[in-house]
Design a protein around this ligand. Structure first.
Ligand SMILES: C[S@@+](CC[C@H](N)C(=O)[O-])C[C@H]1O[C@@H](n2cnc3c(N)ncnc32)[C@H](O)[C@@H]1O
Length: 394
């Protein structure tokens, strides 16, 4: 493909990605993968170049653009060498017409920029959300020594304050490593590792991971418990939860079991667990504002109504979780969001409606205190954005 054809391909992809963002369709990564799967003629250099054009355009536009062409024209405005390829050649984009709509550059949609500022995140914090995320590893201490794995991954370095954490070069072929296949390591962002540590689980405890998904944090908890005790991993999403047990097996985790919940029937389906857990982790469904380094088009999907729905679901899940905690046990609220409505504000609202519960101090060596918990940000901590609070039942 010549440069003009690559630009037109990026425009076509951006059309699909903006439509999906508007209609709550698939992620940019999924759309790009499907598009390439249907176009075998695109070689690896074409794929890399097109992908880069698409993501560069997504990163520079805060508001969802009207069209892929308006998005690419914005990028061409910044990079004149691209504008030259709007030449009307057979597979390339039509020449630029005077007065054509050009998408406006920006970091976030306006309403979100306000919500971020109200959550104490200045423009530097906002811009850091669009940097490229590093490649972080959690060594599975049930099966391997972090120093040995570090020696296996050339160029990797230990992550400060994370005993099992490594940061690898972004192109390290992790999933091809025999150690990966043997369950000796997981790809897991440093922020995720910190909030798992914040749960403070101990060997022998009974732990409920209420929103376990595919088990990223379940496996980290099991390693922190040295595979002693029990973890009940729950979720309402069958496909996600069904990935957990095979991963646990690969990781040598034998203390986890899963329970698929029906939405709105969580309480009844967990009645046998009432007041039993030493620790309940609520890694709640959220806006994901902390993970936009990985999927920057997600900021075009969020709207105030969706955010309100997440906040209401989180509050309901915290109330369900509270009843599962034994007297003297702990409830851990986690979101991969930087917004107070989902993090500090949500945890404080829980404390306000549950007098007697107390906040546990967190000494993780990273993150910044925020309300009753700690927040991690890409700018300050070089992690995905997270909020975590640890609250003890009277
Ligand atoms: C942030 S993700 C969890 C990620 C997971 N803990 C990990 O570390 O990989 C939130 C999860 O909450 C689940 N969820 C949403 N509503 C739920 C509910 N009512 N009860 C339990 N889980 C729910 C979603 O299906 C999703 O898997």
């Amino acid at each position: 493909m010549n440069p003009a054809a690559r630009i037109q391909a990026a425009i076509d992809l951006l059309d699909k990605i903006t439509a999906a963002a508007r209609d709550q369709g698939g992620s940019a990564d999924t759309i790009i993968a499907k598009w390439f799967a249907e176009r075998r003629y695109a070689g690896s250099k074409d794929r890399r170049a097109i992908r880069e054009l698409v993501y560069d355009a997504i990163r520079m536009l805060g508001e969802r653009p009207e069209t892929g062409r308006a998005a690419m024209l914005a990028l061409a405005g910044r990079r004149p060498e691209l504008a030259e390829w709007f030449d009307g050649s057979p597979y390339g984009p039509a020449p630029i017409a005077p007065g054509e709509p050009i998408a406006e550059a920006g970091v976030l949609p306006r309403w979100l920029a306000e919500a971020f500022a109200a959550s104490g995140l200045d423009s530097d914090e906002q811009e850091a959300l669009l940097e490229r995320a590093p490649l972080d590893i959690r060594v599975n201490t049930l099966k391997a020594d972090p120093a040995v794995i570090q020696a296996e991954i050339s160029g990797s370095v230990p992550l400060p304050c994370l005993p099992a954490g490594l940061r690898a070069p972004s192109d390290a072929p992790i999933e091809q490593l025999p150690s990966y296949k043997d369950g000796k390591l997981e790809v897991q962002d440093a922020g995720s590792q910190f909030v798992s540590l914040a749960a403070g689980v101990e060997r022998g405890q009974h732990v409920i991971d209420l929103c376990a998904g595919g088990g990223g944090k379940t496996l980290a908890l099991a390693a922190a418990m040295a595979n002693h005790g029990s973890i009940l991993a729950c979720d309402i999403d069958r496909p996600r939860l069904s990935r957990l047990m095979p991963r646990a097996e690969r990781a040598g985790v034998s203390i986890a079991e899963t329970r698929l919940l029906n939405p709105n029937q969580e309480r009844a389906m967990l009645a046998d667990q009432t007041g039993r857990a030493d620790v309940v982790l609520v890694d709640a469904p959220c806006s994901g504002t902390g993970t936009w380094r990985r999927n920057p088009e997600a900021r075009w999907r969020l709207n105030p109504q969706r955010l309100d729905r997440y906040v209401a679901t989180q509050a309901a899940l915290l109330d369900i979780a509270a009843d599962l905690v034994r007297p003297g046990g702990v409830l851990v609220h986690v979101v991969c969001s930087l917004l107070d409505a989902e993090g500090a504000g949500q945890a404080q609202a829980f404390l306000d409606r549950n007098p007697g519960w107390t906040v546990e101090p967190l000494a993780l060596g990273a993150g910044t205190p925020r309300g009753p918990g700690v927040r991690f940000t890409p700018l300050r901590d070089s992690t995905d954005g997270f909020f975590v609070a640890r609250m003890r039942r009277p």
